[in-house]
Design a protein around this ligand. Structure first.
Ligand SMILES: [Zn+2]
Length: 342
């Protein structure tokens, strides 16, 4: 039996996978501060601590405002390459062995950059990290629903030359309430035809119907969040029966007030019912919790056993967009670690 003080380290060292993380929300504060100094002229920001304070949000509009504020400092391809490298390195330091990360290059086109050059820079940041560290990454292009479906098809076409050259899938983040999944049915069916793996954010700011549409109409392989399925017990049973993977981000949901407390959060209910759930960090520096913190929350607050943490890590590998051989390899790394611990 391990002493309690040792536990965080065990959780820090456990091999993990993360499949719901946005690169634009996963910068390191050190690097963002470098960019602010390089391009910025904000006299209020004299230190990294000042910068961190800026990321303590009063409310959701403030979160969105800060999100766009920081985007202005990513001006050149090398900024994306370096930021990606540092983010992946940070994951590797937590023993993340595999990550699928969203990126939305189109958000930075107004900064004077082309989608293609941003994508190339991000791929090269990932390759640099993969060459140096024991981590592998797959990119998911987040088509972003906020511009409607016409833009979305164009974005899919722009993404296609990168398929299997860094990019493994397409996702759909952004404003779920105003741009419901059904608008993107054609784009997602086309993406599937082209060979992209698919995941759709649903059931975060909208309810059960959004999830149902994402699964049945868009044929999404995974659901980002999916937590508001709890509002409809038939849907919960349906997700269980079909074993649709959910990319759950507990801290993110609490910070954006999808649920007002951990008690109300449905992760535990889903897990106990046998839904295929994973835990993820979404936007770690924005929400103040990385993937290690998410696993520690399960252990510390929800009293999950090591066996359950192992199960959730294996779920993540199982529902990832890796090949079967790779899944076997990463599952073995996870199992070997826990065999030595328990
Ligand atoms: Zn997300």
């Amino acid at each position: 039996m391990l002493a309690f003080e040792q536990i965080p380290n065990v959780i820090k060292k456990m091999p993990k996978a993360e499949i719901h993380l946005h690169l634009e929300g996963a910068f390191t504060f050190d690097f963002l501060f470098e960019l602010v100094q390089k391009y910025g002229s904000d006299p209020e920001l004299k230190s990294i601590d000042d910068l961190k304070k800026k990321f303590i949000f009063k409310d959701f509009p403030n979160f969105i405002k800060t999100w766009f504020w920081k985007n202005q400092f990513f001006k050149r391809p090398e900024d994306f390459e370096e930021s990606t490298y540092k983010t992946i390195k940070n994951l590797s330091l937590q023993n993340v062995i595999y990550a699928e990360v969203f990126f939305s290059p189109w958000d930075f086109v107004p900064n004077g950059l082309k989608m293609e050059e941003i994508t190339e820079a991000i791929i090269s940041g990932i390759q640099k990290a993969e060459n140096e560290l024991p981590i592998k990454c797959g990119l998911i292009a987040d088509i972003v629903r906020d511009h409607g479906n016409k833009d979305a098809m164009h974005r899919l076409l722009q993404t296609t030359p990168f398929l299997n050259r860094g990019i493994v899938g397409v996702g759909l983040g952004g404003n779920e309430l105003d741009f419901p999944p059904i608008l993107f049915k054609e784009v997602f069916l086309e993406a599937k035809k082209k060979g992209f793996r698919t995941t759709v954010h649903a059931g975060e700011s909208a309810g059960a119907e959004s999830i149902f549409t994402a699964v049945n109409e868009l044929q999404a392989e995974r659901i980002g969040h999916g937590v508001r399925a709890i509002e409809n017990s038939d849907l919960v049973e349906y997700l269980y029966y079909k074993q649709i993977p959910l990319e759950v981000c507990i801290t993110s949901n609490l910070k954006t007030r999808v649920f007002s407390s951990l008690n109300e959060h449905p992760f535990d209910k889903f897990f106990r019912r046998g839904l295929l759930v994973t835990v993820n960090s979404d936007d770690p520096p924005m929400f103040g919790a990385d993937i290690t913190d998410e696993f520690f929350l399960l252990y510390d607050k929800l009293k999950y056993s090591f066996e359950e943490l192992r199960k959730i890590s294996l779920n993540t590998i199982q529902v990832s967009f890796l090949s079967d051989d790779e899944k076997k390899l990463y599952s073995k790394i996870i199992n070997d670690y826990w065999r030595d611990i328990t």
